[in-house]
Design a protein around this ligand. Sequence first.
Ligand code: AMP
Length: 290
Amino acid sequence: MLICHTIKEIKSFTRQAASQGKTIGFIPTMGYFHAGHLSLMSEAKKICNVVVSSIFVNPIQFGPQEDFTCYPRDIERDKRLAEEVGVDAIFIPSAEEMYPPRFSTFVETKKITDCLCGKSRPGHFQGVTTVVTKLFNIIQPDMAFFGQKDFQQAAIIRRMVEDLNLEVKIILVPTVRDKDGLALSSRNVYLTPTQRQAALSIPKSLALAAQIVENGERDPAKVKMAVSGVLAAEPLVEIDYVEIYSLPHLEEISFLQGEVLLAVAAKVGKTRLIDNLVLKIPDNKVNHPK
Ligand code: AMP
């Protein structure tokens, strides 16, 4: 597996692969790999000739009070895990390589960034869209793989790709969870055993929502209330948001139909966790309000 620290090196690798007619699959990450990252890589492996991942803890997507400096890092372990899944090259740039001294250009997607994590973390998605644009330009992948766990992120990238006519297909990969239901996240290492137990209220609240929708509830406010109830019952959990939006454009709705996103963000201690569920409301279960 090739390790590249400079833009020049990774460009030369991907341009050569492209010139040989190979399709390139790309997985941008911040490293500290878990089975979620590895599933994106395995998916890429299945449908692309060459798989490239990047590890970059992107400073411009962290707010001033956020965990940039203590974000978990273990590059050697990441290299081993990626190699086991068959990744062909990893791009591990320094902050200076990505943002040289006079760097002044940012990419911003509006509207779809006004809700959910975009609302709670001002500037975060501008950091994401800027770095992803740079990475797409550097790697020039045919396909890029994103996890459903960060649903809004993937939706924003899709919007950006369409709006800017970028030549890359965005593929969404289902959320990988631990046996107990907690969505895998590099940030889970921050949790104490007691906090981790409390964090299980997040997947439990989503499962309850799925159940009550299955039972015929079509009022988003009632579903959100049920989810908030489960989370609020856990003293260690502080709710950031519980929201329901229509798909694919993340628009507000007053009645559940078609495909909707139920998204949750909560703090457990100092650790901010997110999770979501895509609910497919069956037509035959629609009970229109009287
Ligand atoms: P990160 O390193 O947290 O920036 O994540 C890199 C990629 O992995 C993003 O596309 C995430 O959505 C994806 N990812 C993170 N956690 C999971 C998970 N539990 N299941 C699937 N994909 C994930």
